[in-house]
Structures are given as structure tokens and as C-alpha cells.
Write a protein of this length. Structure first.
Length: 126
């Protein structure tokens, strides 16, 4: 097999491997599969759900804490404890209160880290 053909196959294989494992590797303490989830159409008064997958990138146990932006956004947990390289899920439920487009944020922080990551659920009402 030629070097050019071999090189053209490596990148797609790496991307597929990353997608199939459910979490991408990173230099940070944790990674998240998707930072924003579009839930599509909803009706005012409905609730929509989104699930975020996190991965511990450290070689020791990690606690990841979550804080929702407002009372209309509820979380199934305030934190996840993940073993090294382990993945865990956060379920976010958003009460759709107003017509139009919406975007609700959840702030994420790993123990021992100063920086926050914002993840989001977005959608629109009919």
C-alpha cells in the first residue's frame, strides 16, 4: 500500500475511534463529547432533555461539579466522580418557558481546576 493511501486512511480511522469511544482525549482534566446539544422543536410549557457524556482524562479519580444557569434547568446530579479514563453522563432537563429560540447553560468544573466549561442545550418553540 502506498504512503499516500496509508496517510489518507489514518485520519478517518482516528476520528472514527474517537467517536466510537464516546469521549475524546484532551490535555484537560476532563472532556465532553458535545458541548452543545440541539434538541430541536418544542412547545412552550414542555420540558426537553439532553444527555452529556464526560470523560476523566486524568490518572486519578476526578470529581466534576455542575451548576445550572437558572431554575428552569434541572440536573440529575450536582457532580460526577469518575475513575481514571472512565466516562459518565449528565442528564439536563430544560423547561421551555417562552416562544422563540432558547439556549440554557450548565457550568462545569473539575476539582482542583480554576476554569469553568459551559455546556448548553438549545432549541426553539413552535
Amino acid at each position: 500500500m502506498s504512503n499516500r493511501l496509508m496517510n489518507s486512511l489514518i485520519l478517518p480511522c482516528l476520528i472514527a475511534t474517537s467517536l466510537l469511544t464516546g469521549c475524546s482525549s484532551s490535555d484537560s482534566a476532563f472532556s465532553v463529547r458535545r458541548e452543545m446539544i440541539d434538541v430541536g422543536q418544542a412547545n412552550v410549557g414542555d420540558s426537553v432533555k439532553a444527555t452529556f457524556t464526560f470523560r476523566n482524562n486524568r490518572k486519578e479519580q476526578l470529581a466534576i461539579s455542575f451548576l445550572s444557569e437558572c431554575d428552569c434547568t434541572t440536573l440529575n446530579t450536582d457532580y460526577l466522580r469518575l475513575q481514571p479514563r472512565e466516562c459518565g453522563k449528565l442528564e439536563v432537563k430544560v423547561a421551555v418557558e417562552n416562544p422563540g429560540e432558547f439556549i440554557k447553560y450548565v457550568y462545569v468544573q473539575a476539582n482542583g481546576e480554576d476554569d469553568f466549561l459551559a455546556i448548553a442545550v438549545k432549541g426553539r418553540t413552535k
